[in-house]
Design a protein around this ligand. Structure first.
Ligand code: SF4
Length: 511
């Protein structure tokens, strides 16, 4: 625990327990302290009277417990390349990387969106995975491990595999993804001066998004949309404001919350009454940009915001199920400007299924009009390239090849530069490897280990694929047929494969 940390809950620090675990964050301390899911998981387990738990990060120097005391070593796994830091942390404490090479303890496990979507490329390294929202089963998992710590590892794993939502690779079974009700509000339980978002009280307003864009894992992995009740939100905002004046509202699409406007009004009224509040929100949906919302954001110190439009043409926006009209986009910019926002960043994707040069030209034309009609207002663009994600209607769609995506990327950069628009485009090569990992199967386990051993840079991915003769293009580029058995089919996520097939056909037939 660092000196600058402030706990917002009562800790039971006089635990008399013979069971200790580490909750690990695969990144540096400052990021860990802005990671809501990680901190909340820590808080829930920390509240158990007879479990000692410690947080560790990549840059942790000293630990309270020795690795020899640790019975459970849990990782949050939120980004495809987190495996690199996870391996580095296991090695730092001399824990063998492969589960089969580990003695009984510590049992190493992971949870988070990457392994919930598709744990297969990493199954050799973890004793078990938590698939979906783990809030409710932590107690069950940890208690089972504690009560049976004297039993052989195999027996403990077999028992764990009996818990709903726990995937033990040694005992494969069909897993129903865990879906947490969001009756209580999840918030930053520990504030820190050293957090990436310094002293910021983050509040999860909603989980999931009803919009169901065809590529969107954040939506499809979290259906149905769950919203924290308004009164609960207000109570939590007030709790946060007792300790800090920095509030961040979080959700895949916070404006999907039916009372988002009421929450903004609540904060706006406080600011008008003299309270100094800084508030930020994750990206907004264009049709949620209203005078009230932007007025609140600017009053709370936000200068810029991001609008995810995904594609420049209306046709392509329909194909991905983001049914936004150009009129709505222009209206949103007008509202943002009128309410004194300084600028907007438009976020889009390239290489979406069915995209052609006509769609790219539409993006440039949209940018040109936006720039022309909004002189003095800061307009910028950001793009990433389409990566097919499990459990989405576009999971069967292969990604466009790297050469052609790089040409598209150069085209957009050049054309937007001519208009004087700052443009940031993610690395097409990294996105390729992301696609490989997203749709990969168990044959990638030795590959990811080799990538790590080779240093984890782009070249390491190539070398590792060559060494094991893996056709990575197949995972990234191939259009899969609907009857193909997918590596993640054993994970059942609502609304299910039948629906995804229907939605895939519906979206891709839009002209
Ligand atoms: S609106 Fe955003 S969060 Fe919602 S489904 Fe579309 S991309 Fe995902």
């Amino acid at each position: 625990m660092k000196k600058t940390e402030k706990y917002l809950y009562n800790r039971n620090i006089d635990k008399n327990s013979n069971f200790a675990m580490w909750m690990a964050f695969p990144g540096v301390y400052s990021f860990s302290m802005s990671s809501l899911g990680y901190l909340w998981m820590f808080k829930t387990i920390d509240s158990f009277a007879d479990i000692n738990i410690e947080r560790i990060c990549l840059d942790t120097e000293k630990t309270v417990y020795n690795i020899s005391d640790i019975k459970l070593f849990g990782f949050s796994f939120s980004f495809d390349t987190d495996f690199l830091t996870i391996f580095a942390m296991l090695e730092k404490y001399n824990v063998p990387l492969k589960a089969k090479d580990r003695e009984k303890f510590p049992l190493v496990f992971a949870g988070g969106p990457v392994v919930t979507a598709n744990p297969e490329p990493y199954k050799d390294f973890f004793d078990f995975f938590i698939i979906g929202d783990g809030e409710d089963i932590n107690l069950q998992v940890v208690t089972l491990c504690k009560e049976n710590q004297d039993k052989p590892k195999k027996e403990i794993l077999q028992m764990l595999s009996g818990i709903e939502g726990v995937y033990v690779p040694e005992y494969p079974k069909t897993i129903n993804k865990l879906t947490q009700k969001l009756n209580e509000c999840i918030y930053t339980p520990i504030l820190s001066e050293e957090a990436f978002f310094k002293n910021t009280f983050i509040i999860e307003m909603a989980r999931g998004c009803f919009n169901r864009c065809g590529f969107c894992l954040a939506s499809y992995l979290n259906l149905p949309l769950r919203c924290v009740p308004y009164n609960e939100l207000i109570k939590t905002i007030d709790l946060g404001l007792e300790h800090t004046n920095k509030i961040a509202l979080l959700g895949a699409q916070i404006s999907a919350h039916p009372q988002f406007h009421d929450v903004c009004k609540y904060i706006y009224d406080k600011i008008k009454n003299g309270e100094k509040i800084e508030m930020s929100v994750s990206s907004l949906r264009v049709d949620a940009v209203t005078d009230d919302v932007i007025k609140t954001l600017t009053a709370a110190g936000q200068k810029n915001s991001t609008l995810a439009i995904e594609a420049g043409s209306e046709r392509l926006r329909k194909v991905i199920n983001k049914n936004l009209t150009e009129e709505q986009i222009f209206k949103a910019v007008k509202i943002a400007k009128n309410n004194r926002l300084k600028g907007l960043k438009f976020y889009g994707m390239i290489g979406l299924p069915t995209e052609s040069q006509v769609d790219l030209d539409a993006t440039v034309e949209l940018a040109r009009k936006l720039k022309k009609e909004n002189k003095g207002f800061d307009i910028s663009f950001g793009f990433s390239s389409f990566v097919p994600k499990p459990h989405t209607p576009f999971q069967w769609c292969g990604r466009e090849n790297t050469k052609s995506l790089e040409e598209k990327s150069n085209f957009l950069k050049k054309e937007l530069h001519k208009l004087g628009i700052t443009t940031h485009i993610s690395s097409i090569k990294w996105d390729y490897w992301q696609a490989v990992l997203s749709r990969g199967d168990a044959s990638l386990n030795d590959f990811v280990l080799e990538v790590y051993k080779q240093g984890g840079k782009l070249g390491a991915f190539k070398t590792a694929a060559k060494k094991f003769n893996i056709n990575t293009d197949y995972f990234a580029y191939e259009n899969y047929s609907f009857d193909k058995q997918l590596p993640w089919d054993f994970i059942r996520v609502q609304p299910g494969k039948e629906f995804l097939i229907k939605e895939n056909k519906r979206l891709l037939s839009i002209t």
